[in-house]
Design a protein around this ligand. Structure first.
Ligand code: NAI
Length: 387
């Protein structure tokens, strides 16, 4: 696959236009289609502004900005994607609608065209089942904003041709992305392993152990995370974050580890979605006192509790063969900018210590939510490390 390959993108929303920009910056001609013609036109016009800003800041040259924009061709029908070597689908997150689009795509493209979906929560296998040849369907999950975040989760479905995994990974690397390979399971790597970052922080808050600013400060100042869990939920939007948690919970047949929070549900019901609505866990429509006081020992406890839950999730993902050790750590550092890979972090803390902490939580709460991964138990017994 070289630069002469034309890339098709379906859906010119947040993700679609970002992916189109990435492909065009990598030198491909891009054909961009959206069910709404006005959306494609506006997205392409707005992109020119984005590229001009990058050029003004000296991040790219003026020529590159113009050339990138010139490579993106808006089209108004699916047939215009017929000559593409790869088609990236980034439309609404709805299984029935995606299935219909893939069944139609299969008819207008040639047998060698890779058909990829950017879905964040649907099964690749289920989408591919809409096609008579599901072997050429794969998940290529970009993160928002696609031109900035380097991670791409490469997700083969059950029937995907194994050759596509290596081919797509190479292509993503040529787009200066960091591909990680993962099994077609709910949340893939990042949206699964990151659940406790939000869920456990919400639990700590619900139990009155600390207030929201104190939890956020502890995670940043002691944990080294760029943003606190509540700040991040406000940025993502409580509606989106709650929907992801609910979907992962349901997809795992109600495993209590992924149980959504009633506190967050109420925030959604109140319309307190975060930054975009002016109010979430914090106020954005008026100044807010961030709070000063920090009890270091309590902050340490908060970080430990959230961190061992994250480590447990990462260890269990490895235990179940969702992805390799290196890919799990890469996914969390490149996709959600964690300060360290979780498995590396586990080694540094000590596997036995992580296990002791999890067992203490399990005993304190008598909840399945805190059950330690069998992999951690085995490693603690055998005295082994991840690296
Ligand atoms: P969006 O709502 O911004 O854009 C979706 C676009 O698809 C709209 O412009 C809509 O007109 C178009 N569309 C809907 N049905 C269509 C059809 N049948 N044919 C052609 N175009 C159609 O959505 P967004 O946020 O860009 O998400 C797109 C996909 O990417 C979803 O599957 C989502 O789960 C996934 N995703 C989203 C991320 C995010 O942070 N927004 C991150 C990673 C993945």
């Amino acid at each position: 696959m070289d630069k002469s390959m034309t890339v098709g993108v379906i859906g010119a929303g947040t993700m679609g236009i970002g992916i189109a920009q990435v492909a065009a910056q990598a030198g491909h001609n891009v054909v961009l289609y959206d069910a709404r013609e006005d959306v494609v036109k506006k997205a392409v016009a707005d992109l020119l502004g984005t590229l001009d800003k990058l050029a003004a800041k000296g991040k790219i040259s003026g020529e590159e900005a113009a050339a990138t924009h010139g490579r993106i061709k808006p089209v108004n029908n699916l047939k215009a994607l017929s000559g593409c070597g790869l088609v990236m689908e980034a439309i609404v997150e709805d299984l029935a609608i995606k299935k219909k689009v893939f069944a139609d795509l299969e008819k207008v493209t040639s047998a060698g065209t890779i058909l990829a979906t950017n879905t964040s929560s649907l099964s690749i296998t289920a989408i591919a089942a809409a096609c008579s040849d599901p072997s050429r369907i794969i998940g290529l999950h970009f993160f928002n904003p696609a031109p900035i975040l380097p991670l791409v989760e490469v997700v083969p479905g059950l029937a995907t041709d194994p050759k596509l995994v290596a081919q797509s990974s190479q292509l993503m690397a040529s787009w200066k992305k960091v591909p990680v390979i993962c099994k077609d399971t709910p949340g893939f790597i990042v949206n699964r392993v990151a659940r406790p970052f939000y869920g456990e922080a919400l639990r700590i808050h619900e139990e009155g152990i600390a207030d929201i600013p104190a939890i956020d400060r502890a995670m940043k100042e002691i944990g080294g995370f760029k943003m606190g869990p509540f700040e991040l939920m406000d940025l993502i939007g409580n509606d989106i974050n709650f929907a992801v948690t609910e979907s992962v919970f349901r997809a795992f047949f109600f495993d209590p580890r992924y149980k959504p929070s009633i506190t967050q549900q109420r925030m959604v019901e109140a319309g307190w979605l975060g930054r975009k609505s002016g109010r979430g866990y914090y106020r954005y429509d008026q100044g807010q006192e961030q709070g000063q006081e920090q009890d270091h020992a309590r902050g340490q406890e908060i970080v430990e509790r959230i961190l061992v839950m994250l480590i447990n999730e990462a260890a269990e993902a490895l235990n179940l063969g969702i992805a390799s050790r290196d890919d799990i750590d890469l996914a969390m550092t490149k996709g959600v900018s964690y300060p360290k890979g979780l498995l590396k972090w586990a080694d540094e803390k000590g596997i036995a210590e992580c296990l002791t902490k999890l067992e203490a939580l399990e005993e304190q709460y008598s909840e399945d939510r805190y059950r330690p991964s069998p992999l951690l138990r085995r490693m603690a017994r055998e005295g082994t490390t991840f690296y």
